[in-house]
Ligand binder design. Structure first.
Ligand code: NAP
Length: 537
């Protein structure tokens, strides 16, 4: 199928959850394809995030791939929310089972890709100096694969160890007796803090804004439970396909105001004692759309936090006052709030007393000077578009994708960008970013027949029309309007104080908020209507 002049018919960039499944589908079709990944091995997010406490917030059995009965039959998840080492083992198990590693090239960082209009091909420029040509590029870059650290004066002068959790060293970090600082209190930090506190001599958490968090309630899965899960796999994936978030958790549709206050509390008690994202996704939908409903539920969660933190003043500091529950991505936690009851843990309010500089020995705030052996910058990611911006992607007429997206991403279906032909994004901005593998299987299962269609018809070029792109963007914007998250100060709206231009209020529409089922229906419609919005030649 590949012309003699091309190195590959398809290059997939990224060997994480999405890239692994995409290469499986392409290999099954006998396509000359390869996966390029800048890391030393496969796994993406699960290869990189080795920090203590890193684990799924998704139930393991809803996170695994659904495409292979053999994998479903053979794999045993040992915990309801799998820890990072097990997940990485799982991804290797899948790749080895289908002998996919021979189609993957590691330590291959793509620095640039340029579209050649004369031949309808892409040339990829790798950091190792190689140039590769291909007809199609499928991006599987991850949503959160570019970590960001702040620029604080003196960072280079620190004489201890410091890193972002994304770069947590592979060799165990000896924390015993160490004075550790963690900057940031997002989902990552909320997983790390209880683990580090158990080992460190002293842990100091620098919190600028608190985050709402709720219990993960993890538990082991024994042989008998795993057997029962295997029996239920069809039902599990059917539920994931019909729920907006791609989980088994179904929203409570009785209506917030139809249910008396004491019954609402009964539901919330159940959800708080339950596990995973139930507290977010099995709740009344009004909580995420109506200020009053949100305020009532936020107060319920605040009460729970007050019950768990011994010092009332400290509890108040851990309760968000600037946004309601579920407006930002809800971190799930294990003993997070109780950790602040330990003698070896201190919370510093970095809003009241901002960090002024990093010193050779630690951190200076406007009020105090602290000494540390280790500083962890758990300060977030350049979400969605960061990984694209890191590659010089040059489309038609020399246009750069990072210029086109300077004020935020614009796509068709979250998978195509006008002016960048033959580039298909799995998990690009503006897809329904649900329980990740569920979203990814949807994208791959749709993109693969699309490519087959192009091959069958002999098309060498495929591009979204400007009208289709504009219409999708308008729809994406509309889907922000009903939800309170439209005003979130989080990566969902493109806010990241560590990136120039990503200011609060300057919304970047990163997500498709219509949910998985609606998104899937739109993809089906597009395919049935002869791939409307896409131009083939
Ligand atoms: P994040 O949610 O963006 O949090 C970054 C934190 O760093 C925030 O508390 C932020 O404070 C703080 N920060 C940033 N710059 C700072 C500065 N200069 N000074 C002080 N504080 C600063 O990032 P994240 O925790 O890495 O999480 C990102 C996403 O990764 C999550 O939302 C989630 O989707 C994903 N994740 C998933 C899992 C899982 O599935 N198990 C686990 C971890 C993460 P402000 O709020 O004030 O900006």
């Amino acid at each position: 199928m590949t012309e003699a002049t091309l190195d590959y018919e398809v290059v997939v960039i990224g060997a994480g959850v999405a890239g692994i499944y995409q290469i499986k589908r392409l290999v099954d079709l006998g396509v000359n394809a390869t996966v390029l990944d800048g890391n030393a091995d496969l796994g993406g997010t699960w290869f990189k995030n080795r920090y203590p406490g890193a684990r799924f917030d998704s139930e393991s059995f809803t996170y695994g791939y659904s495409f292979s009965q053999e994998v479903l039959d053979e794999w045993h998840w040992t915990e309801r929310f799998s820890p990072q080492p097990e997940t990485l083992k799982y991804l290797n198990f899948v790749a080895d089972k289908f002998d996919l590693k021979k189609h993957m090239q590691f330590n291959c960082l793509v620095e640039a890709m340029r579209f050649d209009e004369a031949t309808d091909t892409w040339t990829l420029e790798l950091a190792d100096g190689r140039r590769l040509t291909t007809r199609w590029v499928v991006t599987a870059l991850g949503l959160l694969s570019i970590p960001t650290t702040p620029t604080i004066e003196g960072m280079d002068s620190f004489t201890g160890q410091s890193f972002h959790p994304f770069d947590w060293p592979e060799d165990p970090v000896d924390l015993a007796g160490k004075r550790v600082a963690i900057i940031g209190t997002g989902a990552t930090s909320i997983q790390i803090i209880p683990e580090v506190a158990k080992e460190a001599g002293h842990l100091t958490v620098f919190q600028r804004r608190p985050n709402w968090a709720a219990p993960l309630n993890n538990s082991p899965i024994d042989e008998a439970e795993m057997a029962a899960i295997r029996e239920r796999y069809d039902d599990i994936f059917a539920a994931c396909a019909r729920t907006p978030g791609g989980f088994e958790h179904e929203p409570d549709r009785r209506g917030f105001y139809n249910v008396p206050a004491e019954k609402r509390r009964e539901l919330w008690d159940r959800l708080y004692e339950g596990s995973g994202f139930g507290i977010w996704l099995q709740n009344f939908v009004e909580i995420f759309m109506d200020e009053d409903a949100n305020a009532e539920f936020s107060e319920y969660i605040a009460e729970r936090i007050r019950q768990r933190v011994d010092d009332p003043e400290l509890a108040e500091k851990l309760i968000p006052k600037d946004h309601g529950f579920g407006i930002q991505r809800v971190p799930l936690e294990t003993n997070y709030f109780e950790t602040y009851n330990r003698d070896n843990v201190t919370l510093v309010d970095a809003a009241a007393t901002p960090i002024e500089r990093i010193t050779p020995n630690g951190i200076r705030t406007s009020a105090d000077e602290y000494e540390f052996d280790l500083i962890v910058y758990a300060t977030g990611f350049d979400a969605f578009t960061g990984a694209f911006d890191h590659i010089e992607i040059e489309g038609v007429g020399g246009q750069k994708l990072r210029d086109k997206w300077a004020d935020g991403p614009v796509t068709y279906l979250g998978m195509f960008v006008t002016g960048f032909p033959n580039m298909v994004m799995l998990a690009g901005p503006q897809i329904a970013a649900t329980n990740f593998p569920r979203a990814v299987e949807t994208s791959v299962d749709w993109a693969t027949p699309l490519l087959e269609h192009a091959w069958e018809e002999g098309y060498t070029r495929l591009e979204a029309t400007p009208e289709a792109e504009q219409a999708w963007f308008d729809h994406v914007v509309d889907m922000y309007k009903p939800f309170l998250l439209r005003s979130a100060k989080s990566w969902i709206t493109g806010y990241n104080s560590n990136i120039e231009g990503h200011e609060y209020g300057k919304t970047r529409y990163n997500l498709y908020n219509g949910g998985g089922p609606k998104y899937g229906r739109r993809l089906t419609e597009v395919a049935q209507n002869d791939y409307e919005g896409l131009q083939f030649s």
